[in-house]
Design a protein around this ligand. Structure first.
Ligand code: PLP
Length: 473
């Protein structure tokens, strides 16, 4: 049977819901009520465009969403059909739309690079010459085929390099088709939400925890359940107590963000057991797992994932530089198809950049760079701690975690950390208040400082004196 849109409720261009979503909802309603049955052909996008008098892009967006969510399947010449075997879902349990505009607090991005700026690797130590040589070579080698739209799931050679790297360095056994290239952690998370979660789902997040994770989930109408963190990482027992039926957990097991503690082995097992028993998902945000200074980097949580419950999110922002906007997501084998469908909503990452990174890895520069940075950061971390301690000892105690790229200055005397970082920023220093990473108002008062760009103890002391003058004024 081929349906037409005739007879359905009129589309409302003044409604809050965009037109493509209204069309998408129409098809879902038609499928839910049995008007459209599995195997039925739906009108071609061209025919529906004409019939509804709308822009072709509107219809294409609606069809892409239906396809990404598995409601319809394109069949080439035969057109697009309602997916065979699809079980109709009554509309009253159809989840509300994922994205709802909500006020998001933008993260602080100064105009120039500030001392202690969070999230930055050592910018002075990046191998620019090698990068420039590879970039020039990749640009020269570019063929017309490399100038078309990039592969949506990522450049095959880069996916293969990442799979091999993860195998060797992070203990993760995965094949290239499980690796999806994205433009950053936020896009990796959106992909996970699109593929596996629904609005209204509950997700455990660490408290304190990386604010963009909370913001992004809440923006997608996903309820975040803050879970306290202690010296062994997320309190899995408390998470289960608070919300046993959560659909997912987001964790930073290598170096908890921001406390830098490591998720202990018993907790890793407890988390995996919970996910397996409840068919829930674990999103492992391994943003800087490479940087550990007291021992070898720990294997990723994903390496223990025998039942395929862990989504592993990695990024090149810390190991190369954030302006690249390249990250990746490793999905369980069983979910590859689902993610392929959802990834079609995104348009792929810049191909030339992927080509350069792929060459950078395959020619050994990546592994060498990480090793050099691990050594350098170990030194800079010690020098920064020594410099800060010499000057600020009366006022702060410094957590020296085993890994990561920042330090935590715990304020000894009652002091508003938000106010202190605001004053630091006014005088050209970067800091983040631990209170801003904590839900509720009873969080510890502390300042987070990145050390990767502090080149000597003397520099740390000089900067510490500026902080001292703020603390004593
Ligand atoms: C906890 C955490 N997760 C993920 C990321 C990576 O984000 P992106 O890939 O968007 O640069 C960061 C970067 O600062 C981070 O601190």
């Amino acid at each position: 049977m081929t349906t037409t849109a005739t007879g359905l409720t009129p589309l409302d261009s003044a409604a809050n819901e965009p037109l493509y979503r209204q069309i998408y909802q129409r098809f879902r309603a038609a499928i839910a009520s049995g008007v459209l049955k599995p195997g039925d052909r739906i009108p071609s996008a061209r025919a529906l465009t004409k019939e509804l008098g709308l822009a072709r892009g509107t219809i294409d967006a609606a069809y892409a969403l239906l396809a990404a969510e598995g409601y319809v399947s394109p069949r080439g010449q035969a057109g697009t059909i309602v997916t065979p075997g699809l079980k109709p879902q009554p509309m009253d349990i159809v989840p509300p739309p994922l994205a709802q505009p909500k006020d998001l607090k933008p993260s602080y991005r100064p105009d120039s690079i500030l001392p202690f700026q969070m999230g930055l690797p050592a910018l002075d130590a990046f191998p620019r010459k090698i990068w420039a040589r590879l970039s020039a070579r990749c640009s020269r080698a570019m063929q017309p085929a490399d100038m078309t739209h990039p592969a949506v799931f990522g450049l095959p050679s880069l996916r293969a390099e990442i799979a091999a790297y993860l195998h060797m360095s992070r203990g993760i056994a995965c094949s290239p088709h499980q690796v999806f290239i994205t433009s950053g952690y936020a896009q990796s998370m959106q992909l996970v939400c699109r593929a596996l979660l629904n609005a209204g789902d509950r997700v455990w997040v660490e408290d304190p925890g990386y604010p963009p994770t909370r913001d992004l989930l809440q923006h997608l109408n996903i309820e975040t359940v803050p879970v306290p963190v202690d010296h062994e990482g997320m309190r899995i027992d408390q998470a289960i107590g608070r919300s046993p039926d959560a659909r997912a957990a987001v964790v930073t097991p290598a170096h908890q963000s921001p406390l830098c503690v490591t998720l202990s082995l018993p907790r890793r097992h407890a988390l995996l057991d919970w996910a397996e028993a409840n068919a829930a998902w674990i999103i492992e945000d391994d943003y800087d797992g490479e940087y550990r200074y007291v021992s070898r980097p720990l294997p990723a949580l994903k390496s223990l994932d025998e039942k395929g419950r862990v989504l592993y999110a990695g990024t090149f922002s810390k190991v190369l530089f954030p302006a690249l906007r390249l990250a990746y997501l490793v999905v369980p084998e069983s979910q590859v198809e689902r993610f392929e469908q959802s990834a079609h909503l995104f348009s792929g990452s810049p191909q030339l950049t992927q080509t350069i990174v792929s060459a950078f890895i395959s020619e050994g520069h990546f592994a060498r760079h990480i090793q050099r940075m691990r050594r350098l950061y170990g030194e800079r971390r010690s020098m920064t701690i020594a410099g800060l301690q010499n000057v600020l000892e009366k006022h702060v105690s410094i957590d020296s975690p085993p890994g990561g790229m920042h330090l935590i200055l715990r304020l000894r005397h009652p002091c508003d950390d938000r106010r202190l970082v605001a004053r630091m920023r006014e005088c050209g220093l970067y800091g983040e208040a631990l209170s801003d990473w904590t839900t509720g108002d009873d969080g510890a008062s502390a300042v987070l400082l990145n050390f990767t760009n502090i080149d000597s103890q003397a520099t740390a002391e000089m900067l510490a004196r500026r902080i001292l003058s703020l603390l004593e004024s």
